[in-house]
Design a protein around this ligand. Structure first.
Ligand code: ADE
Length: 284
């Protein structure tokens, strides 16, 4: 089909998720055999009132650029359109739910599962970073699982491009308390290292079932983060604790890059060039 779509081209079904300035619905196209999509709807009034125009524009441009490379770990953007009230992002529908739900259902994952999922995450973040994109809100709610159990990173609504001005990067707090890096809290700095920090939090959560830093309220959580105050509750391997310790350091310059993460000895069994094995789903 050519030309701009309209909301009438789709049947909107159940709500899949809700962000600070958007709601995501499952939708099927009226033509084309009823294929499933996830349509993110952003209210124009709300975006303008909350001064989020920059973020939705960035999200659209970044997803369009990232989609060109066609990485399996990044949600595909098929098209965008708008009407008087809303902006619409027509995204790939990822049917296996959030990584967070998997962790809630299963509790801590066995090491082999954790390694497989974490390797897919690291591979995707490495690709994103090589493209100069910082996600800035990596967390298990934004990691979806495909039908087969491959990870797909979504919600680039807080992302920024590295080439943007320092002012854009040194942004206000846009992420989620539990996964926010200390440099953002202390110096309003955000770089590639902030995504690596979030990866460290996610690896901890894969093996422990809960994030490393979680206080009774956001302030207490922030205090734990800047004091590096976390404890291992469930016994895990020395390699995992060493890797998390390596990542969760306050100075972002001392953290490994995503490229360096791939070289960690915990991943010695992973062949990063064997894409078929790396991207096999955990339910395949
Ligand atoms: N929730 C948020 N984004 C989604 C997507 N692309 N597919 C399925 N559920 C989602």
């Amino acid at each position: 089909m050519s030309g701009k779509r309209t909301p009438g081209d789709y049947v909107f079904l159940e709500q899949l998720g809700q962000g600070s300035y958007s709601t995501v619905f499952r939708a099927v196209e009226r033509t084309n055999g009823g294929r499933n999509y996830a349509i993110k709807v952003c209210g124009k009034k709300h975006i303008i009132r909350e001064k989020k125009v920059k973020y939705v524009t960035i999200e659209k441009d970044l997803l369009n650029n990232l989609a060109r490379g066609g990485h399996p770990g990044i949600v595909r953007l098929f098209c965008t359109f708008h009407d008087a009230e809303n902006l619409y992002f027509v995204l790939e529908y990822v049917s296996g739910g959030e990584l967070l739900s998997l962790l809630r259902r299963n509790g801590p994952l066995p090491e082999s599962w954790s390694k497989h999922l974490f390797a897919q995450l690291v591979d995707t973040v490495d690709y994103m970073h090589a493209q100069g994109v910082i996600h800035r809100d990596l967390k298990p709610e934004n990691v979806l699982l495909s039908q087969e159990g491959r990870i797909v990173i979504t919600d680039f609504g807080a992302a920024c491009a590295l080439s943007n001005s320092a002012q854009d990067r040194a942004a206000s707090f846009v992420g989620t308390a539990e996964y926010v890096a200390p440099e953002l809290l202390l110096y309003s700095q955000c770089g590639l290292g902030s995504d690596v920090w979030a990866l460290g939090c996610i690896l901890y959560q894969l093996t422990q079932g809960a994030p490393p830093f979680r206080g009774e309220n956001e302030l207490k959580t922030f205090e734990q983060i800047v004091a590096l105050d976390y404890k291992w509750k469930i016994p895990t391997t020395p390699q995992i604790t060493a890797l998390v310790r390596n990542i969760l350091v306050l100075d972002p310059m001392q953290r490994p890059s995503s490229k360096q993460l791939k070289q960690n000895s915990w991943f010695s069994s992973i062949d990063w060039n064997d894409r078929a094995t790396l991207w096999k789903g955990i339910w395949e």
